[in-house]
Design a binder for this molecule. Structure first.
Ligand code: HH2
Length: 287
């Protein structure tokens, strides 16, 4: 990473690994969300059919998503874990079909090492782990497979995380956790440039916590790790705007995305790919 890179935030340049490539030279990139689940908070049930999921994934790639993030387990507040074999049954045919048709890197959104292994075998080329390598085997798998990893902060588990999230020094604690897990990733053999850190918007956080983390996003960028943020259509946006239906939170999401780009984020994880690509392009141009 050059000086110029760290000024732009989190590393620009081109990230190349044996099974993929991401070009950050223009700035922040868009990750499109593809939930192959019956119960995700926003797109649950829409893409359970593999054919429709593949179609949507390919459409996001053709609209300019730099990464398509496939998830087979909802982690919305109050959700329960989905067994590995069920995640594999949902996600693998979709990953296989997409990987056969586009070069766009596919990430697997899972904290389950068996699911991650099956996804990488099927053609995925990144791991998005909301537990930030809680399972040592996940660190070893990512290192051996030479793929990038997203390390996300969460307080508690999806089942209980919104009960009463509490912090002393919110930003300090989230940062310290991510730096510790990033060090763990590197110790396992994952190079720094392949490690993305994510403050985990909505994962054991009140609206105020989410806003404070977003306000201080530059502190995450200043670590030198690439920063990924996932604000899309989340509840805090509904709370601020009074929009109960996640699909009505697109303008609110756009505001957060623009400010993430301004703060130097490298990737934003979103549902509304075409709209957010415009937001990102304009915000990048200003930056
Ligand atoms: N948010 C969700 C899922 N995975 N991964 C990262 N790295 N960062 C995030 O903020 C993040 C994530 C939750 O959103 P979604 O996938 O839309 O919903 P659900 O968990 O209900 O499937």
């Amino acid at each position: 990473m050059t000086d110029q890179d760290s000024k732009r935030g989190g590393g620009s340049g081109v990230l190349i690994w044996p099974t993929g490539r991401l070009d950050f030279s223009a700035g922040c990139l868009v990750m499109g969300i593809l939930n192959v689940t019956p119960d995700s908070f926003s797109d649950g049930g829409q893409f359970l059919d593999a054919g429709r999921a593949v179609e949507h994934g390919l459409a996001m790639a053709s609209k300019g998503a730099a990464i398509v993030d496939v998830g087979a387990e909802s982690t919305r507040p109050g959700s329960s874990p989905v067994p590995s074999d069920e995640q594999i049954r949902r996600a693998i045919p979709v990953i296989k079909a997409m990987a056969g048709q586009v070069k766009t890197p596919i990430s697997i959104d899972t904290h389950d090492v068996q699911v991650a292994q099956a996804a990488l075998d099927a053609g995925a080329s990144m791991v998005n782990d909301i537990t930030a390598l809680a399972d040592d085997r996940m660190a070893r798998l990512a290192a051996k497979s030479q793929v990038p990893v997203v390390l996300m902060h969460m307080q508690g588990t999806p089942a209980t995380m919104q009960t009463k999230p509490t912090y002393g020094d919110l930003v300090g604690e989230v940062l310290a956790f991510l730096l510790e897990r990033a060090a763990k990733a590197q110790a396992a053999g994952i190079p720094k440039e392949r490690v993305f850190i994510d403050p985990g918007i909505g994962f054991g956080k009140t609206t105020e916590h989410n806003l404070a983390l977003l306000r201080d996003l530059n502190r995450f960028v200043a670590t030198g790790y690439r920063v990924l943020v996932g604000p899309s259509r989340k509840r805090f946006i509904g709370q601020i705007t009074g929009r109960d239906n996640p699909a009505d939170r697109v303008f609110g999401t756009a505001t957060v995305v623009a400010l993430c780009v301004a703060a130097g984020a490298s990737v934003v994880r979103v549902h509304d790919v075409a709209a957010m690509i415009d937001v990102v392009k304009v915000a990048r141009a200003i930056r």
